[in-house]
Design a protein around this ligand. Structure first.
Ligand SMILES: [Zn+2]
Length: 393
């Protein structure tokens, strides 16, 4: 006896390069997919006629900074008026503006302000959302942000995976060496003690932290049993991607400036490439990540919204599918794979992002002609239903 059978459907269990073959039905038991192509009249407690609609795995948004206070609309206007990222930072804007807003917010205010952003992603079919800290900078404020993220995870209908963004920006007036030591000796152990994060992330960039600091944080994170990920080579090539891949991170994210040797290191170490076309678009960048080389090397490409107040205020996984296609040239099945199974791989999960038997029954039902529609039409699309672990989200 199954819990639920979805029938009269086109179930796309999995996406990768090539044409996925849809199944006509799917059976669910205990919150997981138990069988594809099951007979529509097989015994089940509940039955859902999809009316010929398409059924996809729930989206996995594997890279967001959606837990913050305030907004940075002023900065957007300044950029339009010609200010550079560096100009804005010099005037106390940028990440530091959000750090101040997070400092002034209570944990409850962080939850209240961030929940609508999480709900926006859910409305478009996200069933797993990674959320990073990184706007606290002090031990107390990073923990406050991570506790707010944990509470966002209690929303229901969505799985939140928390990441401690250990090195994002320097607090004002604190030398880098002192700050990195504080992260390694105080913040990381405190985060691990309260089990507030699944993984640790570092912004490795010429305007942020170098490769040696990144690796020092990763070593400590690994000792504490936390997975590692990195923002690398977004604005310049520091060698961060190669070093992170060789260390054994789950993913390297951004990657606009990676070179052939970085791609080889990712391919050799099974590192996921997380592409973030929202930031590329909002910053009006011109250096694209080398998608065709990544594709040729067989590096899995994930996609994410990078939802954050400064460089990617994009609360729309569907917009990301479209941007990945129009700006980076991803095929429709690559784009959907990026927001499903490869997004799950970037989180170290193989039970998410597919509807193969055994996977979590997180799925969405859409009245569109096929997955190609998402890279074709921008806007005006919503899932008819979203299911989380086999029940309506
Ligand atoms: Zn980011």
């Amino acid at each position: 006896m199954y819990d639920l059978i979805v029938h009269n459907a086109h179930v796309y269990p999995d996406f990768r390069t090539g044409t996925p073959a849809p199944a006509a039905s799917m059976a669910i038991t205990g919150g997981r997919v138990s069988e594809l192509g099951v007979a529509a009249d097989a015994p089940a407690r509940e039955r859902l006629d999809a009316d010929g609609a398409i059924v996809l795995p729930g989206f996995v948004d594997c890279h967001t900074h959606l837990c913050f206070a305030g907004n940075r609309m002023d900065e957007h206007a300044a950029r339009l008026a010609g200010a550079s990222y560096a100009d804005i930072a010099a005037k106390g804007g940028g990440i530091r503006a959000t750090v101040r807003a997070v400092d002034q917010a209570t944990e409850q205010q962080l939850v209240d302000q961030s929940l609508p952003r999480l709900q926006a992603l859910m409305r478009e079919g996200a069933t797993t959302v990674e959320i990073k800290s990184g706007y606290g900078l002090s031990v107390a404020n990073e923990l406050k942000q991570l506790r707010a993220i944990r509470r966002l995870g209690e929303t229901g209908g969505v799985r939140v995976t928390p990441t401690f963004l250990a090195l994002h920006a320097l607090p004002e007036g604190v030398p880098a060496e002192k700050y990195v030591r504080q992260v390694i000796e105080e913040t990381l152990p405190a985060v691990a003690r309260e089990s507030l994060a699944d993984s640790v992330d570092v912004f490795c960039e010429h305007i942020a932290f170098g490769v040696a600091d990144m690796l020092a944080v990763f070593e400590r994170a690994r000792e504490l049993g936390l997975a590692c990920r990195a923002h690398t080579d977004q604005l310049s090539n520091l060698g961060g991607t190669r070093a992170a891949a060789e260390f054994g991170v789950l993913s390297c994210d951004h990657l606009e400036y990676i070179r052939t040797e970085d791609i080889a290191a990712m391919a050799a170490n099974g590192t996921v490439a997380v592409l973030l076309p929202g930031a590329y678009y909002c910053l009006r960048e011109s250096q694209q990540p080398p998608v065709s080389e990544l594709r040729e090397a067989g590096v899995p490409m994930a996609l994410a919204t990078d939802l954050n107040p400064g460089t990617s205020p994009v609360a729309s996984p569907l917009a990301i599918l479209h941007l990945a296609s129009t700006l980076f040239g991803l095929h429709a099945d690559e784009a959907v794979a990026g927001l499903t199974r490869h997004g799950a791989h970037a989180l170290g999960r193989d039970d998410l992002g597919t509807l193969n038997p055994g996977a979590r029954a997180d799925f969405t039902i859409w009245d569109v002609a096929g997955p190609e529609f998402f890279t074709y039409q921008l806007g005006g699309i919503r899932p008819r239903n979203v299911y989380f672990e086999g029940t309506p989200a």
